[in-house]
Ligand binder design. Structure first.
Ligand SMILES: *Cc1c(COP(=O)(O)O)cnc(C)c1O
Length: 363
């Protein structure tokens, strides 16, 4: 196969390592361990390996396939399943991971059963719903009942702790107050079982501001972080935190120009529907220089989220396999065969790393 194949995703493992090291140092300062979440880059094993070598307490994913691939690759780590397991995959959860996040009694029973068959002890973290309205126990009595059942009846499971997730669906902020509620749940359980829980897992990258500001409740000792390591962009762009000590360009998408030509900027003829059934609007800016790239929506889904490194380039739009750029104002005179580079965001990295068209290379 031609090694100089495009489109290409270049993954800079040194920059990734730098990002993990920064996060780990800041978290260690506050006695917080980190589960490195690999789902954002479709579980690339090379990235998982880097997170494991840096010292993440767990390597975590929402997909067992990604964990299986990382293990196959030889990543030395304890693995964590962070999407609630399906009953139908309980055997694989126990076989492939050391610990999982849970919120359903029936699933816990299935995990217990499968752990018994494999003669394994599987750790579980019970998820608490704090208002973001995705996963977790809402009723505190139900939470306690499940905790007691795991502690006393499900002998192949180990009640490792409690956790929560904030900011993913409901966009609810991980305030110290919300996280204190989680600590209270943990302490309610601890009082009844007569021992300390190993983990109180206070969320994802959206809880990392508490570490940066030094107001994470003292007993929270585990965060599960993906975006804040892989990209470190949302906390800077959306939340206004200074993340200049982190690399926002671990991932670079490269694509090749297949046509470069001056054309009218306004479609000529009767405008009906585009490839996706939309009727777009166009601005008539006269004749402009355009370039077409050999990649499209199937590779990244959202053209408006592609960020050209050459700031003079404007992404006009895309169809499945073509991306159309306005390169009229660029200093460089782009020609067919030239390569254009893009920064990505969390949403586009996951598409680009899972597209079969995109060659992934590591530097
Ligand atoms: C995706 C996910 C994470 C990591 O989220 P980031 O925003 O990438 O840090 C953590 N926990 C759970 C349960 C998740 O689903």
């Amino acid at each position: 196969m031609n090694r100089n194949r495009y489109p290409k995703m270049v993954v800079d493992l040194k920059k990734l390592r730098h990002n993990i090291d920064r996060v780990l140092i800041k978290c260690q300062d506050q006695n917080v361990e980190v589960a490195g979440v690999i789902k954002g880059c479709n579980g690339l094993s090379e990235c998982a390996d880097e997170l494991a070598r840096a010292g993440c307490r767990f390597i975590a994913s929402s997909r067992l396939e990604q964990i299986a691939a990382a293990r196959e690759y030889g990543v030395q780590a304890d693995f964590m399943m962070i999407r609630l397991p399906m009953i139908s995959e309980a055997a694989d959860v126990v076989r492939l991971t050391e610990i999982s996040l849970n919120s359903e009694m029936e699933v816990l029973k299935a995990l217990n059963h499968q752990a018994g068959r494999l003669d394994k002890k599987h750790k579980v973290i019970l998820m608490v719903e704090l208002g973001d309205l995705r996963e977790g126990f809402w009723n505190k009595e139900e939470l306690l009942e499940a905790a007691l059942a795991v502690e006393h009846d499900l002998h192949n499971l180990q009640l490792a702790g409690v956790g929560t997730n904030l900011g993913c669906y409901g966009a609810v902020k991980a305030t110290p107050e919300k996280l204190n509620e989680l600590v209270e749940c943990a302490e309610m359980i601890e009082e009844k079982i007569g021992r300390e829980l190993e983990f109180i897992s206070g969320g994802a990258t959206t809880s990392y501001p508490r570490v940066l500001e030094g107001n994470l409740p003292r007993r929270i000792n585990l965060l599960r972080m993906g975006e804040g390591i892989l990209l470190a962009k949302d906390l800077q762009d959306l939340w206004g935190y200074n993340m200049s000590d982190m690399h926002q360009d671990v991932f670079t998408l490269q694509a090749e120009i297949i046509e470069a030509r001056e054309k009218p900027s306004y479609p000529q003829g009767e405008i009906m529907f585009d490839a996706f059934g939309n009727t777009p609007e166009y601005e008539d800016l006269g004749i402009r220089k355009r370039a077409i790239l050999a990649l499209g929506k199937v590779d990244y889904a959202f053209p408006e989220l592609l960020l050209p490194r050459d700031k003079k380039i404007k992404v006009l739009g895309a169809s499945s396999d073509h991306t159309i750029l306005d390169v009229h104002d660029c200093e460089k005179d782009y020609k067919v065969g030239d390569i254009i580079e893009f920064d990505l965001c969390y949403a586009t990295i996951v598409y680009a790393t899972s597209s079969k068209n995109v060659d992934i290379v590591y530097v």
